[in-house]
Structure formats: C-alpha cells, structure tokens
Design a protein around this ligand. Structure first.
Ligand code: NAP
Length: 342
C-alpha cells in the first residue's frame, strides 16, 4: 500500500480527493493537513459523513510530519502556497501532485504575469511534468513532481487536441467560450460567490485575462509545435459542479464532419476517461460527467468546412482536479490507470 497525504483537505478538491482515495485499492490515507486549526483534530469533525470510514486527524501542515507519514502528497492549496510547501517534500524524495497552478507554466516570468506572484521555487518549473494524463502518460512513471492541469485547461485542451495535433488549426484560430460551476472558485468565502449573488445569474469574468490562458496556449503550442494565440472567455454558472468548454477552431483547410469525427475517435480510442460522442449520441452534458473522472467530447463542422466546434464537458472537481490527480498517481506508480476512479 502506498501512503498518501492531502495538504488542503478541508477544501473542495481535498474533499473530492478523499472520496476517490477511500475507494482506491492500492493506497492508504495517512496524512491530512489544512491551515485554520491549531491542533490535530479528527477529520470527522469537518466531514461527519466519514464516521466509521476514516479514523485520522487532520493537522496544521508541518513538512517533517508530512515526510514521515506519506510517500506521495497531493497539494490542494491556493495558488502561491504549494511552491512554499513542495520543495521540502521533493528534497525528502516524496512524490508530489500539485493541484494548483504553481508548477504548470514553464517559465517564472509567465507565472508572475499570470498569477501576479514571484515564483519561489523557479528551478522546479522545468522538472515539473504537466499532468494532462492523455498527453503525458508515457512520462508520468518517471515524474516526481506533477503539475495537475487547471479545470478550464483540461476541458479546453482535450476539446482542441486532435485538430491541433494534426496541425490543421490556424495560429490565431482558437476561441474558447467556457463555463464553470461555482465550486471551481474554491471554498473560501467571497462576496461575489454568495448564493444570493450567484443564483439566477450568468456572468462572464476575467474575459481574456484569466490565469488559465497562458496554460492553454502553452500546451496547445507544444502539441502543435507552434505558437498559439487564443481568445478565452470564462463564465460562472449557478450550479455547484461542472465545466463546459465550447471551442471554436478556424482551420487552414476545409474538412468534412465525417473526417473530423474519425480523427477524434481515433485520437481518443484507447482513453478510459475521454468519451467521444457519436453524432447520434448528441452533445456533451455536465450532468452526465458529474462525480466522475470522465470527459465527454463532441465535434461539429460549421457550413463551409473551415470552422470546427469542439465541445467538452467535465466535472471541475473530477477530471478537472481530484480525479485527474488520482489518474496521474495511478500511472506514476504503475497501478491500473482506472484504480479508484470507476
Ligand atoms: N475547485 C476546483 O474546481 C479546482 C479545479 C482545478 C484546480 N483547482 C486548484 O486546486 C487548488 C485547491 O482548490 P480548492 O478549490 O480545493 O480550494 P479551497 O476549497 O479554497 O481549499 C483550499 C485548501 O487549502 C488550505 N490552505 C490554504 N492555505 C494553506 C496553508 N498555508 N497551509 C495549509 N493549508 C492551506 C485550506 O485550509 P483551511 O480550510 O484550513 O483554510 C483548504 O483546505 C487551487 O490552487 C485551485 O486553483 C481547483
């Protein structure tokens, strides 16, 4: 059994990690930490539903305790915190899967621009592996530090990847209209996220300024071997979980619907968690992927054959966070990729 810890267990991603790990056949949950407590406290004080299922205290984070008690640590912390926690864990030879944005961008200057913070562990950015499992699976067994992708990037990249990989997309031909449920913003109190503010409301935010934009551009650029410029508008929708990316791709040449459908089906044919819907199956739905690590994808070709509409739905806390983090753990440590996730 691999001993696994969660730092940030009281947050939404931390809770979702617990849910998946409790049913994982090859791990034991051995260390839990958060911030706003002064002494070790039973985790059932936060999650009473775990009475009889998990007897373990959570505690203020302390590197030496984490190192003593776990082989792999999930960091489910706000941006800017993981990069202060990971160095000691890595130095002690631990595996780290970071769910924040701290290690996703290749350069410290790109990180500073996106997050408005100076990177405190810049030399690790080169060694961190971007953990979109479908694209980096073969590198995961050698990785020590995995940067789990953001929720918007996961859906957007999976929607666009087959065509970008074929190098059919015009360099400035990607427009992403994305929507997330409110849990995507985390559990911390924010006035604009109160029920009374969010209910019966639909709003765009950070239009073309969101911190996930450089991450999406970086990864699609790598995949297509060229610089990619994207337009990205995220929206907040009044539901708890779920994330939808509608990606409009302008192509360099004409294609047919049958060709694009075939390319997508082939690209994802062996993927346990990406489901390409047939035209008869309709379009993705967040309700169908809620509580799972699945990503539903569908493609349509606009009249004229030069624009493809690629749609993807995920659970922001599943494939967009905790589910994918566990998928990465499975591949890193040589377990069946679906362990704990089906
Ligand atoms: N929510 C999503 O859908 C989603 C999707 C993908 C990626 N992510 C990323 O995953 C990370 C976690 O997101 P979340 O939504 O789960 O956040 P969250 O609900 O706000 O939870 C944050 C957690 O971090 C803990 N924490 C904060 N500062 C800490 C510190 N200095 N030391 C130890 N623990 C500390 C908090 O503990 P206290 O409760 O004690 O303050 C809490 O347990 C974020 O970086 C986020 O961007 C989130």
């Amino acid at each position: 059994m691999v001993r696994v810890g969660i730092v940030g267990v009281t947050g939404y991603s931390g809770r979702e990690l617990l849910r998946y790990l409790l049913r994982h056949p090859h791990v034991t949950i051995s260390y839990l930490a958060a911030r706003r407590l002064t002494k070790p406290t039973p985790i059932t004080a936060v999650y009473p539903e775990l009475v009889g299922r998990l007897r373990l205290d959570y505690r203020p984070f302390a590197a030496q305790e984490a190192i003593r008690n776990a082989d792999l640590l999930f960091l489910a912390l706000p941006p800017g915190v993981a990069m202060t926690v990971a160095p000691a864990l890595l130095k002690a030879g631990k595996y780290v899967v970071d769910l924040s944005g701290d290690y996703r961008l290749e350069s410290p200057s790109a990180f500073a621009k996106a997050y408005g913070l100076r990177h405190r562990h810049p030399h690790a950015l080169k060694e961190a592996l971007y953990g979109l499992t479908e694209l980096y699976r073969e590198h995961l067994p050698k990785a020590r530090l995995v940067a789990n992708p953001g929720c918007y990037p996961t859906a957007s990249i999976l929607a666009a990847a087959p065509l970008v990989h074929k190098r059919l997309v015009a360099p400035d031909g990607i427009v992403i209209d994305a929507k997330s449920g409110v849990s995507g913003a985390g559990r911390a109190l924010k006035e604009e996220l109160l029920f009374t503010e969010v209910n019966e409301d639909l709003r765009a935010y950070k239009a073309n300024e969101h911190q996930h934009m450089p991450e999406i551009a970086q990864e699609l650029g790598r995949l297509g071997h060229s610089t990619v410029r994207i337009v990205f508008v995220p929206h907040l929708v009044p539901m708890t979980r779920g994330l939808y990316a509608s990606v409009y791709l302008r192509l360099k040449r004409r294609v047919t619907a049958a060709q694009v459908q075939r390319w997508y089906e082939r690209f994802y044919q062996d993927e346990p968690f990406v489901r390409v819907l047939s035209p008869a199956a309709g379009l993705p739905k967040t309700a169908r992927v809620a509580g799972t690590n699945d990503c539903e994808v569908a493609v349509r070709v606009a009249p004229g054959g030069r624009t493809v509409i690629a749609l993807a739905a995920i659970d922001n806390l599943g494939k967009g966070a905790a589910g994918q983090a566990i998928q990465n753990l499975n591949v890193m440590l040589g377990f069946d990729e679906t362990s704990g996730l089906l």
